[in-house]
Write a protein that binds this ligand. Structure first.
Ligand code: HEM
Ligand code: HEM
Length: 189
């Protein structure tokens, strides 16, 4: 498999970034819901948020790297049997998922900074708190973080359903392309 994306297929950098981003997004969503219910005496009470925040910053960095990588290696063309409206819907969903991840991470930082705490990124670095003087910031940012995380998961479900429909119903190479498995002859190489 090649490094760079070609007109008709993804290269391994894009594929690895896609699946890392997908895995980390799902892990952050479920770990977020789980950790806010932990009791003070639970062994994970401090450890879980530390992991959640650190993985969140790495996820944000990966989304930014994915965008930069698109400048080096443009995304493959849409499969030409797919209708225009579906191609547009897919682009919109991809754009929204990326934007939501960025905004959710910024809201996450605001929750932390509103408490006057720095944001840990494993033991590698800490992002210092800033003082913003916005009334009720911790709650507002918390609500935003929570609601946008659910909106993101809703779009991820549509995205997953579309991928499965393309694979099992339309039987095209959409899913195989992002798994790096497509074997059929490609016209736009
Ligand atoms: C959980 C979070 C996920 C996010 C945030 C996400 C995001 C994205 C984005 C932004 C793209 C556009 C290509 C790129 O920039 O890499 C993409 C493509 C794709 N994703 Fe996901 N994805 C997720 C999960 C999944 C899952 C679970 C599946 C299927 C099992 C899947 C299947 C695909 C397919 C088939 C494409 C290629 C679409 C095309 O070629 O037009 N994704 N995804
Ligand atoms: C830099 C990135 C991130 C930071 C700093 C961060 C920080 C936080 C913090 C501090 C909380 C606890 C909120 C509270 O105590 O009320 C939290 C909860 C949560 N986070 Fe994140 N987060 C980040 C990324 C993400 C991402 C990308 C997602 C979703 C995919 C996510 C989903 C959640 C969820 C679902 C909760 C539980 C919210 C609730 O039930 O109130 N987080 N996050």
């Amino acid at each position: 498999m090649q490094l760079i994306d070609k007109q008709a297929r993804y290269g391994w950098v894009s594929i690895a970034l896609h699946w890392l981003i997908a895995l980390m997004t799902l892990a952050l969503f479920f770990s977020g819901l789980w950790m806010v219910d932990l009791g003070y005496y639970d062994a994970w009470y401090n450890r879980a948020p530390w992991w959640h925040k650190s993985v969140g910053v790495v996820l944000l960095a990966l989304v930014l790297i994915r965008w930069l990588w698109k400048l080096v290696s443009p995304t493959p063309l849409a499969i030409d049997t797919i209708e225009q409206w579906q191609q547009k819907a897919a682009h919109l969903a991809h754009f929204l998922m990326n934007m939501l991840i960025v905004v959710i991470c910024i809201a996450g930082y605001l929750i932390v900074t509103a408490k006057g705490q720095a944001l840990p990124v494993f033991d590698w670095l800490t992002i210092p708190a800033i003082s913003l003087n916005i009334a009720n910031l911790e709650n507002l940012a918390g609500e935003l973080h929570y609601l946008l995380a659910y909106l993101l998961m809703f779009i991820v479900c549509l995205h997953l359903a579309a991928a499965l429909i393309h694979h099992f119903v339309a039987k095209d190479d959409t899913l195989k392309r992002i798994l790096g498995l497509e074997k059929s002859p490609l016209t736009k190489e």
